[in-house]
Design a protein around this ligand. Structure first.
Ligand code: GRF
Length: 215
């Protein structure tokens, strides 16, 4: 069975949705451990509540990003992790890390990529005045929020929306598409061809309803 290592920095609501999907059998995998670079991340408590191994690796304890990455790698390999999942992990992983997990690092971003990459993507989309906001699950490559896209969901922006209100609706969508993307990966249903992610084994006619309208 595929072993997942989840990297977090904060609240861990996406982590929670992944744990629930593993527990109800929609993701056929095991969560080997959860690593946080922030010792106060509430996601650590969520993981502990389910008896999942947790580890804090603080980037500030390392002089250079590469050393932090190497320690992450060491711990992930020690726990025989196959797939690295970035669930609100607020650090950029370097080339050496990614080379150790080729096409095996998956991230969620709270905007419809390639628009609005980076830390403030959600805020920037709102300030720009987009009518459709949303979220993206994608494979990670060496550029930030850039790798092949697995699933996206669109969230309409309402006229009286605040950024927080919109953000909460986007987060609810994240909780749907992230476990779904991981389920597809773990079932062997994703294949990357010319940076396009081909999905097999699902009825794609249902995708529009599921992800555009009801999120
Ligand atoms: C999510 O919006 C995710 O897209 C972004 O950081 C946030 C993490 O939320 N990368 P949580 O920690 O999963 O609650």
């Amino acid at each position: 069975m595929i072993k997942i290592g989840v990297l977090i920095s904060g609240s861990g609501s996406n982590l929670q949705s992944i744990i629930e999907a593993v527990n109800n059998g929609s993701i056929v995998a095991e969560i080997a451990l959860v690593i946080s670079n922030n010792e106060e991340a509430y996601g650590l408590t969520r993981a502990e509540n389910y008896g999942i191994l947790t580890k804090v690796i603080k980037h500030g304890d390392f002089g250079q990003c590469q050393e932090f990455d190497q320690e992450l790698l060491r711990v992930l390999k020690e726990n025989r992790v196959d797939l690295v999942v970035l669930a609100g992990f607020m650090r950029v992983l370097g080339a050496a890390f990614l080379a150790a997990f080729p096409d095996r690092v998956i991230n969620i971003h709270p905007a419809i990529l390639p628009s609005f990459p980076g830390t403030h993507g959600q805020e920037q989309a709102f300030d720009y005045g987009v009518k459709l906001a949303g979220c993206t699950v994608h494979f990670v490559d060496e550029k930030v929020d850039h790798g092949p896209i697995i699933i996206q969901a669109a969230v309409p922006v309402l006229s009286n929306d605040s950024e927080d209100c919109l953000g909460a609706r986007i987060l609810r969508c994240e909780h749907k598409i992230f476990p779904r993307a991981l389920a597809l990966y773990c079932a062997g249903n994703l294949r990357i061809e010319d940076r396009k992610v081909k999905i097999s084994g699902v009825d794609e006619s249902a995708l529009e309803d599921q992800f555009l309208i009801s999120c």
